[in-house]
Ligand binder design. Structure first.
Ligand code: MN
Ligand code: MN
Length: 365
């Protein structure tokens, strides 16, 4: 069954009259069309008993028609027109119940829908779409693997540069700039998020931002990065050493690595995602550093770098073959040291397959 039909059936079973989906990645996932309408209005209307509609700005119509399945009716509106009138004119039956994605639908869209359709109730369709996006097809898996291989390439570039530039006072942002420059030269147009390079105690902030400060000798250096390839994200973290690494820092790295490997080894269909979080957390807690592992174990990944579900959060769901998510335990001791090790994995029928291959053992340069 195709994706649109799957949603259509959901609407029929739940007495929902139509969707109004606006998030560009969701529209891309469901139709193959990548557009970013910015402040203009774009919407995918799926119906329980009829073919879908796609509303886009007039300048996107030709592109949309050339890409989406011919069963999807594409309508455009001029900038001078009220797009909501176009929507209301094409919809034959006034809806009473509309499915939208609560996290993505802004008040601008809500007011637009309200201006045309009275006495409507809303239902959140984001959990259904999140679950659909979580199960990767073979084609999606291939793209995730290629994206992962570019993340490996980024590590190679970054490690080499850190080693060669250390004595000359190379900075965190120098390394970020070089990695992203080399990616663009390789034809990777975009990173999947802002590249993170943090030296020494600066890595003790899990959301730290690289600055124009020299990386330190005899300290750890954390890289968290990812690329976009063919619409799919990668996301991986490595913590390496430069010079002489203290036995304390080595010990912290060893514990995080043990937690990361234990959690990855535990992954298999049938377990619940929070059980995987617990495996990693138990390793770190037993070693005495539980209070310094201050975030969930991971998150889904796909067309966006953070997707449903939370691994170790509120989303307690059973793992299935084809799920893709990150495994990224860390220990952050303020003012001292920060270590995180992250791979994204895809679930096979028997276990987990890493999407990045850079060695995880402490590499000292
Ligand atoms: Mn991540
Ligand atoms: Mn990451």
């Amino acid at each position: 069954m195709n994706k649109l039909q799957h949603i259509s059936n959901f609407l029929a079973e739940n007495g929902v009259d139509m969707t109004f989906l606006t998030q560009p990645t969701t529209i891309n996932y469901l139709t193959g069309l990548h557009i970013d309408p910015h402040e203009r209005i774009a919407g995918l209307i799926i119906l329980p008993d009829d073919a879908p509609y796609l509303f886009v700005p007039a300048l996107e119509v030709a592109k949309a028609e050339s890409i989406v399945d011919s069963s999807i009716r594409v309508f455009g509106y001029q900038d001078s027109e009220n797009p909501w009138l176009t929507v209301a004119t094409k919809i034959k039956r006034a809806p009473k119940k509309i499915a939208i994605s609560y996290p993505d639908t802004t008040m601008l869209y809500m007011e637009g829908l309200r201006s045309q359709f009275a006495n409507v109730s809303y239902v959140d369709i984001s959990p259904l779409i999140g679950r659909m996006r979580l199960r990767k097809s073979d084609d999606e898996l291939k793209k995730l693997k290629v994206s992962g291989s570019y993340a490996d390439k980024c590590f190679e570039i970054g490690f080499k540069l850190a080693r060669e530039g250390l004595a000359a006072g190379i900075t965190e942002t120098d390394i970020v700039a070089k990695i992203e420059y080399e990616m663009k030269r390789m034809g990777v147009p975009q990173m999947s998020f802002e590249t993170i390079v943090l030296s020494g105690a600066r890595a003790a902030n899990p959301h730290g931002e690289p600055e124009n400060v020299a990386i330190e000798n005899n300290k750890l250096l954390l890289f968290d990065l990812g690329t976009m390839f063919d619409g799919y994200a990668s996301d991986a973290t490595r913590t390496i050493g430069l010079g002489e690494i203290s036995s304390f820092d080595q010990e912290i790295h060893k514990i995080v690595l043990e937690a990361q490997l234990a959690a990855t080894d535990a992954i298999k269909p049938g377990l619940f995602v929070n059980e995987i979080d617990k495996v990693a957390r138990d390793v770190i807690t037993k070693a005495g550093y539980g209070e310094y592992f201050v975030h969930r174990l991971g998150h889904g990944i796909g067309m966006e770098v953070h997707e449903y579900p939370s691994i170790g959060g509120a989303d307690e769901i059973e793992i299935e073959k084809g799920f893709a998510f990150s495994v990224e335990p860390g220990i952050y001791i303020p003012g001292k040291v920060g270590v995180r090790i992250e791979d994204c994995i895809v679930v096979s029928s028997t276990g987990a397959i890493n999407l990045t291959q850079t060695p995880k053992e402490l590499q000292i340069f």
